[in-house]
Design a protein around this ligand. Structure first.
Ligand code: B12
Length: 306
């Protein structure tokens, strides 16, 4: 297609897109804001690649309405909260569950942003922009994880000193809330003493969950585990997050369960609660042995009786 200066152009502005699609300018704008039509920001303007317009016109599902994670990723990177929520809202309207939105859409989009950052395609500012929008999405979507009715006990969740990845713990906490548990969230960069104090003062405590996203956080996580163990020896400690995959995590002591991904979180916590429920009438639950692991270097999402 020829631009105003006669040169060949590979992108169109929204007015041109509206003409091509035979829709109002505002409709074309809405397609972009909803993430349905791929576009790049150029100063104050949106530019739509011709290939994206063709994909939109042909209804190609890979670039159209169903690739939620890719659409959300674009909105996260442009810092567009309204459009980002539009994608999540669209997924909910298409009968995707809140868990699906977290694990298959939001976490997938963030993982892809991380991979692109590692490949040098994005810079570190992109991660911060994406995080700011993702945090607001979690705040809005989080309400859907609250369940009325009988409570199954409380968990204390946080990330240890030096670990600044707070989003993964926030998502994990909501996934557990959906199962009828309450979660006291401490956030990120939490000192060992705060984990211990929270464990001591929380009624109906099921477990303490420590989240690490980097292998470098294993020593800090160990200090947190030790602090909880010495303050409240009977309380199970769950290690969760991507950092729990690190080989160094397999050498940690005092960890009763690992929850390595979003799909494991709820089942691991439920298994602990059920065991503790059974153990209570007969007295205090006792620690038995180290948690089971499988595979040469990676712990499985597993639980161990206490
Ligand atoms: C967003 C982000 C950031 C944000 C964090 C903001 C925040 N408030 O959380 C900022 C920009 C601050 C950041 C900083 C850094 N980051 Co960063 N970050 C990411 C990114 C893109 C997304 C993380 C995320 O939220 N994922 C989504 C969550 C939901 O998925 P998840 O982690 O798998 O969590 C699920 C399960 O693991 C489990 N779970 C998680 N936690 C817990 C806890 C418990 C108790 C339980 C039971 C379960 C559980 O349930 C979750 C729900 O499904 C990742 C990329 C990636 N692959 O994830 C990089 C990534 C984690 N960062 C990385 C790095 C290197 C850094 C920095 C060192 C440098 C940098 N790039 O800026 C610093 C370190 C800061 C520090 N000291 O901690 C690397 C880590 C590599 C490694 N293995 O060590 C990654 C993988 C990027 C990459 N590919 O290089 N980061």
């Amino acid at each position: 297609m020829a631009g105003e200066d006669g040169a060949t152009t590979t992108t169109l502005n929204l007015k041109q897109v509206a003409i091509c699609l035979d829709v109002h300018y505002m409709t074309a704008y809405r397609y972009v804001r909803q993430g349905r039509l791929e576009a790049e920001r150029d100063g104050t303007q949106w530019r739509v690649p011709l290939a994206a317009l063709e994909a939109f016109r042909s209804g190609d599902p890979a670039s159209g309405s169903t690739d939620w994670a890719a659409r959300l990723e674009r909105c996260l990177l442009t810092g567009d909260e309204v459009a980002a929520w539009g994608v999540v809202d669209g997924a909910l309207a298409a009968a995707r569950t809140p868990q699906y939105c977290y694990v298959e859409i939001l976490a997938a989009a963030l993982a892809h942003i991380g991979a692109r950052g590692e490949a040098g395609e994005l810079d570190v500012a992109d991660q911060y922009v994406a995080t700011a929008v993702a945090t607001r999405i979690v705040a809005r979507l989080g309400a859907r994880f609250r369940r009325p009715g009988r409570r199954r006990g409380t968990l204390v969740f946080g990330s240890p000193l030096g670990e600044l990845h707070s989003l993964p713990v926030a998502l994990a906490a909501d996934l557990v809330r959906l199962e009828g548990f309450d979660v006291l969230e401490l956030g990120a960069n939490v000192p060992p003493t705060a984990f211990a104090a929270a464990a001591l003062r929380t009624p109906r405590l099921v477990a303490v969950g420590i989240g690490i996203t980097r292998g470098a956080s294993v020593p800090a996580a160990q200090e947190a585990v030790d602090a909880v163990r010495s303050a409240a020896p009977d309380v199970p400690v769950v290690l969760g997050g991507q950092g729990a995959w690190d080989p160094a995590a397999t050498a940690m002591t005092g960890v009763s369960s690992f929850a390595l991904d979003g799909s494991a979180v709820a089942s691991v916590v439920t298994a602990i609660a059920e065991r503790r429920g059974r153990a209570r009438p007969g007295g205090t639950a006792q620690r038995r042995s180290a948690p089971s692991r499988s595979g040469p270097s990676r712990p499985t999402s597993s639980t161990q009786s206490w």
